[in-house]
Structures are given as structure tokens and as C-alpha cells.
Design a protein around this ligand. Sequence first.
Ligand code: HEM
Length: 175
Amino acid sequence: MRRLQQEVTKIGQGRPMIPEEDLDKMQYLKAVIKESLRLHPSFPLLLPRESTQDVKLMGYDISSGTQVIINAWAIGRDPAEWEDPEEFRPERFLNKLNDYKAHTFKWIPFGAGRRGCPGIQFSVVVMELALANIVYKFDLALPNGVNYKDLDMTEKFGITLHRNSSLMVIATPRF
Ligand code: HEM
């Protein structure tokens, strides 16, 4: 949080708001959002798909008409692909290789290919703009001296993924 706030503060330069034009200068902010989507993808099982023809994929026979469910949540935590997969470490995204459309298939919060999410660009800008301005304008703290390590991070699975318990945060205006 400290590093993120330092980045947006430096680029905000005391202006009332961070504008969209400044988002490309915020590499750590982008990495924070990517890492959040790795650990907590909004659509943990993407959207169910159905094979339209018989295919052989990595040795598996998938007949026409089979419903296919992709576990993006598990893919993002695969220890074969990610070092210390359970740790929130945005630094791992501080390179160009892991872009939303990199198609490495080890990180697919928006799916991939022909049926991948067409709303990527819109939603990424909205998330970046909202997060940048929240941490630019507010100091965020947990109530009653709660340590972030004690937060209950249990998730509730459905079509979308969200926290099991509400996150209580105290936001104090910075200026
Ligand atoms: C954080 C925000 C969003 C996330 C994480 C997200 C994620 C996804 C995922 C995982 C899929 C399934 C991809 C697949 O099966 O390979 C999908 C499909 C889709 N998304 Fe998004 N999405 C987001 C926002 C949006 C927005 C803002 C729009 C529209 C403006 C949108 C429109 C769609 C549509 C139309 C599909 C179906 C595409 C198809 O079946 O061809 N999404 N999205």
C-alpha cells in the first residue's frame, strides 16, 4: 500500500484528481491490479463453454457438445507457474510479459481467445482510475488496530468471486 501511494502521490503532484492520461505512468498500480486479479479473479471459472466439435487437447478427447469449465482461480495459483503463489506480490507483474492479452494461459482473468472478454480495456481503465484516485486522496486503515495479516480472506464462490465477509476500512482524506 505504501509503495502504491508513493507512486500515485508522485505522479499526482498535488492536483485535485489523477486524470486518465496519467495512468500509463503508474506501473506499480497496474501490477497491483493484475496481482489482485491473479489471486481473486472476478469470474473464477470464466464462463461455461461448449465444444462444437470433437477435439483432442493435450492428450484429452473432448467430444462435441461437452461443457468445458476453465478454473482460472486455480490456474492463477498454480505452483508450477507461480513462485509462492499464495503471496500477494505485485512485483511479479512489473514486466511486459504478463499483459492482459499475452496469451501465456497461466493468467487469464479475462479469459482468452475468440471468446475472451471484449470489455478488458474499458474495465482496466475504470479499475486503474478508481484505485489511483482512492489511494491518492485517502489514507486507508483497518479499524481497531487490526493487522492486515489477520484479515479473513475467505472467498465466496459463485459465477463471480467475492469476499465472504465485508472489508471494513477507515478512509481519511489526505488533503
Ligand atoms: C473487471 C471486469 C471484468 C472481468 C474480470 C471480466 C471477465 C470476463 C471473463 C473471464 C469472460 C469469459 C471469457 C472466456 O470465457 O474466455 C468475460 C466475457 C465477457 N465479458 Fe467481461 N469482464 C469484465 C468486464 C466486462 C465489461 C465492462 C464488459 C462490457 C462492457 C464485458 C463484456 C463481456 C462479454 C460480452 C463477454 C462474453 C464474450 C463472448 O462470449 O464472446 N466484460 N468477461
